[in-house]
Design a protein around this ligand. Structure first.
Ligand code: NAD
Length: 257
């Protein structure tokens, strides 16, 4: 499939984990992709792998907690390649803050809100004017099962931040739909990246992990490619009538009507 031929995509926090998987998926489907991350080694490794595969992937060192860095990188992208048609707001996570609410400090809340909400708001604000001018855009916010149903291993700050992004998604969808821009959220259940593997090992016993797995109707955790495939659909041109939607990608672990 070459659904993204001629399209440019930006994926934030994409040196590893889900972001990297999404970026590679879009590039394999023909997009020219820009990966942002603050970790230079991860970015360089991704660039090397992309070059070996002949993929059109560019890397940019950006600390997503730095407003000026986001603005400068977005400006550079706009000037060099005309700005993205697809934005995947992937930056986020519980950032190893405590699980228990009463153990979370103001600093834990500020950090998690800064990464999961403010950084995505800033990136969206930086790329939207270009999308409006071109009359086309796909914005995908990386939500989480946690933001809709609560979490067994990430705390209230993370759950609240992903809930905020759900609400943000609806309003951007409403306001920019008339400009040919859709905004949707994709909400993964636990995807066993190295980081999540460490978190699960630390916060759940073997017995708890076995019970969680039994509660997932498809009887497995998610893979990066499960999420990348869902995002590739919502980011594609053919998903133009899907707007303000939430796509749960959790194997049926949490469902709603
Ligand atoms: N992995 C899961 O199970 C899961 C489930 C639901 C939702 N999510 C969401 O998916 C997104 C990605 O999760 P992941 O598990 O792949 O993440 P991850 O923790 O594996 O990190 C991905 C990347 O973020 C980069 N990063 C961290 N802080 C940064 C900063 N300030 N500036 C720039 N880059 C920074 C890291 O260098 C890393 O390469 C997050 O929004 C997360 O909340 C993940």
């Amino acid at each position: 499939m070459h659904r993204f031929e001629g399209r440019r995509a930006l994926v934030t926090a994409a040196g590893s984990g889900l972001g990297r998987g999404v970026g590679f998926r879009l590039a394999r489907e023909g997009a020219r992709v820009s990966l942002w991350d603050r970790d230079v080694e991860l970015l360089e490794a991704a660039a090397k792998e992309a070059a070996a595969e002949g993929l059109s992937i560019e890397i940019q060192i950006v600390d997503m907690l730095d407003a000026n860095a986001i603005a400068a990188a977005a400006r550079e992208l706009e000037e060099n390649s005309g700005g993205p048609d697809v934005l995947v707001n992937n930056i986020g996570g519980s950032l190893h803050t405590p699980f228990k609410f009463l153990e979370q400090s103001d600093g834990d809340w500020e950090l998690v809100m800064a990464a999961n909400v403010t950084a995505c708001v800033r990136t969206t604000r930086a790329v939207l004017p270009g999308m409006v001018t071109r009359g086309y855009g796909r914005i995908i916010n990386m939500g989480s099962k946690a933001g809709r149903f609560g979490s067994l291993f990430a705390g209230a700050n993370y759950v609240a931040s992903k809930g905020a992004m759900q609400a943000f998604t609806l309003q951007i969808a409403q306001e920019f739909g008339p400009n040919g821009i859709t905004c949707n959220s994709v909400c993964p259940g636990a995807v066993v990246t190295p980081r999540v593997e460490r978190l699960l090992a630390e916060r759940q016993s073997e017995e708890e992990r076995r019970r969680v797995l039994e509660s997932i109707p498809v009887r497995r955790h998610g893979q990066v490619e499960d999420i990348a495939a869902a995002i590739a659909y919502i980011a594609s041109e053919e998903a133009g009538f899907v707007n303000g939607a939430t796509l749960d990608v959790n194997g049926g672990q949490a469902m709603s009507i």
